[in-house]
Design a protein around this ligand. Structure first.
Ligand SMILES: N[C@@H](CCC(=O)N[C@@H](CS)C(=O)NCC(=O)O)C(=O)O
Length: 230
């Protein structure tokens, strides 16, 4: 199988963390199609976003769908918790991370430029992020992991989402919504010590660095030029 993925993409990082934690890395190659760099990812996959999993039966888009597919493909290694309720709890946290945190933070990036920024749009989106963090505070477990006593897919979704809270939101000139002394802050400190979380956090930081210092743009230009020559 092949995963279309990029270092900085939090939705891709979520799936990579699951792959690392399940120990199935040898079965899946990582790649980023040149069409993504050209803004033409929809030529590869109609939704036009990464991650996408390429299987022998065809392409699977959407991180949550890929995550469930991998859990079902390797049931002995599935990362969803032992009981029905733990599995429901993990799904709820994963939805909070995807829908209420990452999606709104992504949309808020459209307002990075202060010259063209529409404050009302930013207020709306970051208000939704605050609401998501408030809900997460009630749902998150008190131990080392988001749900129960073991790493689940909830941790794989939350780790990149909380990284976005700490690394992306401040780039908009807005405070990190993770407030000191909260359960979410305590969880964030603990999960950063997990080796799978550390690995994707390192990859996302590397991706952010490459975006900021122009390496990502130069690599994309080379890949596009090489694709045009062939
Ligand atoms: N709901 C999708 C979101 C994926 C997504 O937005 N991916 C971003 C990168 S993290 C992307 O491909 N953006 C390209 C674009 O919006 O054109 C998922 O869970 O996979």
């Amino acid at each position: 199988m092949k995963l279309y993925t990029g270092d900085l993409s939090p939705y891709s990082a979520k799936v990579r963390m699951q792959i690392y934690a399940m120990g199935i890395e040898d079965d899946i190659k990582f790649d980023l199609p040149v069409q993504f760099m050209m803004g033409k990812m929809s030529e590869v996959s109609p939704i036009g976003r990464i991650p996408v999993l390429e299987t022998e039966q065809g392409l699977i888009p959407e991180s949550e769908v890929i995550a469930e597919y991998l859990d079902e493909l390797y049931p002995d290694r599935a990362l969803l918790g032992a009981t029905l309720k733990l599995r429901a709890d993990a799904r709820v946290i994963s939805r909070i991370a995807d829908t209420y945190l990452m999606n709104n933070i992504f949309l808020s990036l459209s307002q990075l430029n202060k010259e063209t920024r529409v404050e009302a749009v930013l207020d709306l989106l970051l208000g939704q992020v605050q609401r998501g963090i408030g809900a997460l505070e009630q749902h998150i477990g008190k131990g080392d992991f988001a749900v129960g006593q073991l790493l689940t897919r909830a941790d794989c979704s939350l780790t990149p989402a909380l990284w976005m809270c700490t690394s992306t939101i401040p780039r908009l000139g807005i405070d990190n919504p993770i407030q000191p002394g909260t359960r979410v802050a305590g969880y964030w400190q603990k999960i950063q010590k997990n080796k799978y979380a550390q690995r994707i956090l390192g990859e996302m930081n590397r991706g952010l660095q490459a975006r900021l210092d122009g390496t990502e743009r130069r690599m994309a230009e080379l890949a596009i030029a090489s694709a045009r020559d062939h």
